[in-house]
Design a protein around this ligand. Sequence first.
Ligand SMILES: [Zn+2]
Length: 164
Amino acid sequence: MSRDTSRLVTLMAEAVDFSVRHVEAGGLPFVGLLVADDGSVSDPGVNLVRETGDPSAHAEIVAMRHVLQERGLTSLKGMTLLATGEPCALCYRFAAEHGVDAVHFAVDRTTVARWGFDYRSSYDALGTDRLLIAQGAQLVTVDRGLEPFARFLELHGTALAPQH
Ligand SMILES: [Zn+2]
């Protein structure tokens, strides 16, 4: 494992830990994080759809918008997006439109769907799999990867699940 890969695994594990705490505080299991090519790491983004009434305020988009605003950037070139669950079509598109270099996730779309968050139809609808960023997105396996989703299901059942 290269140094860069092992750092990604460490950061993903931290994002997953953060996500478990966020779920236990009443949130959704999705957390997004950006790592810049200079090694700096953004604050973790969480889903704020309910809080803001903005249907696009998904965790990954919240993290990306925050970095754009905070650093006064128009592009996220050179940055890698880490996500606790595979980004949905909207988030992949936002990442592609803003020049994100790579996407890594701890749990893929099929597994996330089994835990009650099934947004796979959005990929076809928005042509996501034709985006290079989605084609190149990679799974980063971490020990507790499934725990945010399992905790969410334990706490809420499936009733709240479709609102990613
Ligand atoms: Zn999304």
